[in-house]
Design a protein around this ligand. Sequence first.
Ligand SMILES: Cc1ncc(COP(=O)(O)O)c(C=O)c1O
Length: 405
Amino acid sequence: MNIKNIKSEFPIFKQKINGKNLIYLDSANSSQKPKTVINEISSFYETEFSNVGRSVHTLAVKATNRFEETRDVVRSYINAKHREEIIFTKGATEAINLVAHSYGEKFIKSGDEIILTELEHHSNYVPWHYLREKKGAVIKFAPVDINGEINVDEFKKLITNKTKIIAFTHISNVTGTIMPVKKITDLAKSKNIPVLIDGTQGAQHLSIDIQDLDCDFYAFSCHKMYGPNGLGILYVKKKWIDELPPYQGGGGMISEVKKDNITYADSPTKFEAGTMQTAEVVAFAKSIKFLKDLGIKNIENHESDVLEYGLEQLRKNNSVKIIGNPKERASIISFTMKGIHPHDIATILDDEGVAIRAGHHCCQILHDKLGIPASARASIGLYNNKEDIDVLCEAINKCKKVFEV
Ligand SMILES: Cc1ncc(COP(=O)(O)O)c(C=O)c1O
């Protein structure tokens, strides 16, 4: 497999969109799936499907083994120490809700402080807001500067003896800023404060070594990693596994149920209530194999070339204003155009077969800070190349013509 002609591995690129080649620049929203992943889902349903962790018949045992094998694959991919630290969820959103609920339930009381940043996706704000509403917790935001960066000193200023958790994104889904995760985690450790990293935009672009990051929780989404929809992962550091109460109650997560008492299963089962996504989990092992076969470093280098080229080309266009200018940036270019609403940009680009996203990208706090209601976002995946950027730039010029700006 060669990253230069990798589009051939993705069946979606065979079709035309509005009569044009599909230029998919919306991978920060959700990535396309390679045929190995699609084939695995259909072959699993055709020959191996059964529910997991329940029955003892042949298919059930086989399916359970395949499901658990993926847990090992994920553990090894992020270099976690223990398999029980890997919990399957239905997305990064559920993973963060799990931590906010379970950690918050036990450890956060009125007046306690939660530190977030102004870069956060709503999925890493709303669950903490629930704790503010329910428990009277206080949320503080580390401010973002004009470049889209957050200095570690901003976190230092906000930490007090009431700080109970720091939760922040690994990579901003608007500015592409790669946060100084290790520095923030080291700072938090020195004060004994647990850290949650929202890795939803991280795990598909960068190699993740959880032991080196030394965070307490790391949440990410499989559908942005060229994997199946409806699946996410939460890494929970071993020290928290027994401490945290379960998130949801139901089948599979219990040890014993009596009329007057219930005891819970050990992790990870304790946090995986009800029937789990089976084919999706099994097929996710193929996504990781795909990423490993290409080599995450090769992916990083390739995407970074395309990103640099994209920034260079768009900067030449006087009508385009790129949001943020972080020193460390990954795969995301959000921009505005004077006199054209982002939704109009996205609609005109779509006529040219170019798929981008327009809106606030679930980051209203950041857009408020920037004083704009919305932006257009082109996000790069491993299948994009410099020719895609050329088509994007031509389509943007078409917007200028249509709106006469
Ligand atoms: C930074 C970030 N966090 C969280 C999420 C939520 O992920 P999901 O919708 O897959 O649960 C997203 C999705 O775009 C994101 O970009």
